[in-house]
Design a protein around this ligand. Structure first.
Ligand code: MSP
Length: 637
C-alpha cells in the first residue's frame, strides 16, 4: 500500500489555540482524509512544542511550572482538535521521554562527528520567535535590536554554547534546492529560501546555557538544547526514530510538512541541514501557507486579535469552519477574517446551494415516494458531469489547490440545482409520470452521494450524515467512484437533520459581537494581567447563595434565560446564557451562587441584576448546585 506521512508544526504551549493554529491543522486533516480515500496508508502527526525560554518565561509569569502550563494547554489543543474532527494518528509532546532521548541521541552523534562544536555566542535573541537576530537588524530607541519577523525588541545574550556547522551545508543545500525546485511551495517561498542561503550561512548556536527549561546535553548537562533543534526533530521521533526503527523506516521521509510562512527558514534551511548531518533522508515537500489576519494584522495572542474557534464552532458547526477556511483563500495567501464574510460564505454556499439541494431532493422523495425511490435507469447527463468533476477535483487536490477543488465542486452543485428547475419534477408528478420522477430523483441522489464523498475530507460530519442516510456503509468510499447508471435497486432515504442552518447575521452579532470583541482584546489582556489581586479587591465581590424560583424564556433568544431568584433579603431577576445546556426543570428550586453586586446590565430589553456562577468547560456552562438546606443569602467567603 502507498504511504503518506504528513505533519503540522508543533504548537507552542504559551498560546491558547486560535483560528490560525486551527487553519494548519484543518488543512492537514483534509489532506490526510483525501489521501486515505485515494488508497494511501496515512500517518498524520501533530503536537506541542513545550521547551525553551518563551515557555519558561510564560510559566513564570503565571506562577506555575512550565510542565503545569504545558499540561493545561495541551488539553486545550486536544479538546479543540476533537471539536474540529481532526483525525490525527499521534499527538507528540516534546516533553515525552522518547522524544528527549531521540534528540539527545542525534545531538551526541553530531557532536562526535564534528558537526557540533563548542564556542561563545554574543548577540541578540528574540524570545517570542525563539530566534537569533543578526547584527544588522534595526535598533529601537533603547539600542535594542528589533526582531525583523515579529517587530519586538530582542535581548542581548552572551553565553557559552554549542554551535552547529550550518555554514558547511550551504552548497549541499543549494544543490538540493536545484534538484528539487518544488521542495517548497508556493514557488515564491522557494525563491526566498534560495536567496537566503545564497546570501551566506553562519554557524548556528544550538544550545542555551541561561535557559533551564529544555532537553539537557547528555555530555554537558549545564547546557540545554535550543528549542528549534529540539522541536524540529519531533518529525522523526514521532514516527519511531530512536525507539522503533521499523516504524521509522516505514514512515520517514515525510511526504509533507505543513507550516505557516513565518517558520519557513527553520524548516527549509535548518531542518534539511540537520538531517543531512545526521545522514537521514530529507522531507519530500514543505507547504508554507499564509496567515489569517484580523483587522489586517496576523492573529496572535500578544496583539490581542485572536479569534476564538469555539465561537464559530458552537454557532455554525465544525464543518462550516473547516469549509470556510479552506474555501476562502488559496493555501499560501493571507486572508483577512471577518464574521460578515464568514456568515455570507456559509449562508450562500452551504445553507443555500448545497443545503437546499439536499432538502429539495429529500423533500420530493418523501412527498412522492415516502422516501423510497423505486429503481429505474439512471440519468446519463449527470454521470458524465460527475466524472468530469471528479477528475478536476482530484487534480486540484493533488496540487494542494483545495479552494479551487471546492469552487469546481460548487459549480456542479449549481448545475444540479438548475437541473431540478429545468426538469420540474413537481409538474411531472402531477401529470402522473412517476417513472420519470423517480429517474430524476435517483440521479440526483447519486450525484449528491458523489458530492458528499468528494467533500468528505473537508466536511466529514455532514458527509457522514448524508451518506448514511442514502445507505452507504463504507465511509469514505474509495477513489470517489460511483455507479451512476443503471441504478438497479430502490433507494430508501433516511430522515436527515438540517445540515447547514441559515444564520441570521444581525442575530449573530447581537448575541456574540460583544463576546467576540472581548475575546479578542479584553479577555487576552485580562488573562495576561491576571496574576494576583489584593484581598480587599476580592472582598468587594459579594457572592451569595440564591434559589431559582422561576425560569422564563425570552422571545427570540436561544441562549438566554430570565431567572427569578431569591437571594434572602430580596427577590430579583438575572439573565443567564445557559438555555442551550439546561432545561427549566433542571434549574427550578435549585440553589446556586450569584454575584450580587455586579453592575446591572440590560440585555434583550431585560435588566440583569447579578450574575450566576458556572464553570466554563470550553464554552459549556456547568453550574455548581448547592445542597437544598443552604439558606438563601448566605455569603461566600
Ligand atoms: N513551535 C513552533 C513550531 C515548531 S515546528 C517544529 C511555532 N509554534 S506556533 O504555535 O507559534 O505557530 C505554529 C504555526 O501556527 C505557524 O507556523 C502557523 O502554521 C500557525 N499559525 C499561527 N498563527 C497563525 C495565523 N494567524 N494564521 C495562520 N497560521 C498561523 O512556531
Amino acid at each position: 500500500m502507498k504511504k503518506y506521512y504528513i505533519t503540522t508544526p508543533i504548537y507552542y504551549v504559551n498560546d491558547v489555540p486560535h483560528i490560525g493554529h486551527s487553519y494548519t491543522t484543518i488543512i492537514g486533516d483534509a489532506i490526510s482524509r483525501f489521501k486515505k480515500i485515494m488508497g494511501y496508508e496515512v500517518f498524520y502527526l501533530t503536537g506541542t512544542d513545550e521547551h525553551g525560554q518563551k515557555i519558561e518565561k510564560s510559566a513564570k509569569e503565571k506562577n506555575i511550572s512550565p510542565i503545569e502550563l504545558a499540561d493545561k494547554v495541551v488539553e486545550r489543543f486536544k479538546t479543540l482538535w476533537g471539536e474540529l474532527n481532526i483525525d490525527y494518528n499521534f499527538f507528540i509532546r516534546t516533553t515525552m521521554d522518547f522524544h528527549e532521548k531521540g534528540v539527545q541521541k542525534i545531538f551526541e552523534k553530531l557532536l562526535k562527528q564534528g558537526d557540533i562544536y563548542k564556542g561563545v555566542y554574543t548577540g541578540w535573541y528574540c524570545v517570542s520567535c525563539e530566534n537569533y537576530i543578526s547584527d544588522d537588524a534595526e535598533e529601537d530607541s533603547e539600542g535594542r535590536k528589533i526582531c525583523p519577523d515579529c517587530g519586538r525588541p530582542t535581548e542581548k545574550v552572551s553565553e557559552d554554547v554549542y554551535f552547529f556547522k550550518l555554514s558547511s551545508y550551504q552548497d549541499k543545500l543549494l544543490k538540493f534546492y536545484e534538484e528539487n525546485p518544488e521542495f517548497v511551495i508556493p514557488e515564491g517561498r522557494m525563491n526566498e529560501v534560495v536567496s537566503f542561503v545564497k546570501g551566506g550561512l553562519k554557524d548556528l548556536s544550538i544550545t542555551r546555557s541561561t535557559v533551564k527549561w529544555g532537553i539537557r546535553v547528555p555530555s554537558d548537562p549545564e547546557q540545554t538544547i535550543y528549542v528549534w533543534f529540539d522541536a524540529l526533530h519531533n518529525y522523526i521521533t514521532g514516527v519511531g526514530y530512536g525507539t522503533d526503527e521499523e516504524k521509522f523506516e516505514k514512515w520517514w521521509p515525510a511526504d509533507l510538512h505543513l507550516i505557516g510562512k513565518d517558520i519557513l527558514r527553520f524548516h527549509a534551511v535548518y531542518w534539511p541541514a540537520f538531517l543531512m548531518a545526521a545522514g537521514l533522508e530529507l522531507p519530500k515537500k514543505i507547504i508554507a501557507h499564509g496567515w489569517w489576519l484580523k483587522d489586517k494584522k496576523k492573529m496572535s495572542k500578544s496583539i490581542g486579535n485572536v479569534l476564538d474557534p469555539y465561537l464559530l464552532i458552537h454557532n455554525f458547526g465544525a464543518d462550516a469552519l473547516r469549509y470556510f477556511l479552506l474555501r476562502e483563500i488559496p493555501i499560501g495567501i493571507d486572508g483577512n477574517f471577518s464574521h460578515e464574510g464568514f456568515i455570507h460564505r456559509v449562508n450562500s454556499d452551504l445553507a443555500n446551494d448545497l443545503g437546499n439541494l439536499v432538502n429539495r431532493v429529500w423533500g420530493m422523495a418523501k412527498k412522492y415516494f415516502s422516501s423510497k425511490i423505486p429503481a429505474c435507469k439512471g440519468e446519463l447527463y449527470l454521470e458524465n458531469e460527475y466524472e468530469l468533476l471528479r477528475k478536476d477535483y482530484i487534480d486540484y487536490f493533488d496540487k494542494y489547490q483545495i479552494n479551487r477543488a471546492l469552487e469546481r465542486l460548487w459549480s456542479f452543485v449549481g448545475d444540479l440545482n438548475r437541473f431540478i428547475v429545468e426538469k420540474e419534477p413537481w409538474k411531472l408528478n402531477k401529470e402522473g409520470k412517476s417513472e420519470e420522477v423517480s429517474r430524476i430523483l435517483l440521479s440526483l441522489v447519486q450525484a449528491i452521494r458523489g458530492i458528499f464523498s468528494l467533500v468528505y475530507p473537508i466536511m466529514p460530519d455532514a458527509s457522514e450524515k448524508v451518506l448514511k442516510s442514502i445507505g452507504v456503509k463504507d465511509l469514505p468510499e474509495r477513489e470517489f467512484k460511483f455507479n451512476f447508471s443503471p441504478v438497479i435497486t430502490d433507494i430508501k432515504l433516511e430522515e436527515l437533520p438540517q445540515l447547514f442552518p441559515r444564520v441570521d447575521k444581525d442575530e449573530f452579532f447581537r448575541e456574540n459581537k460583544e463576546e467576540d470583541k472581548k475575546m479578542g482584546e479584553e479577555k487576552e489582556k485580562i488573562r495576561e494581567e491576571r496574576k494576583y489581586i489584593k484581598f480587599e479587591d476580592f472582598k468587594k465581590v459579594e457572592m451569595v447563595v440564591a434559589k431559582i424560583l422561576e425560569v422564563l424564556e425570552i422571545e427570540g433568544a436561544d441562549k438566554l434565560y430570565r431567572l427569578k431568584i431569591d437571594i434572602g433579603e430580596e427577590k430579583r431577576e438575572i439573565l443567564a446564557g445557559i438555555k442551550q445546556y439546561y432545561k427549566p426543570e433542571e434549574l427550578i428550586n435549585k440553589k446556586i451562587i450569584v454575584v450580587k453586586n455586579l453592575e446591572p446590565k440590560k440585555l434583550r430589553g431585560f435588566l440583569s441584576n447579578g450574575m450566576l456562577l458556572a464553570a466554563n468547560i470550553n464554552g459549556k456552562p456547568v453550574i455548581p448546585f448547592l445542597p437544598d438546606d443552604v439558606p438563601c443569602g448566605s455569603p461566600m467567603t
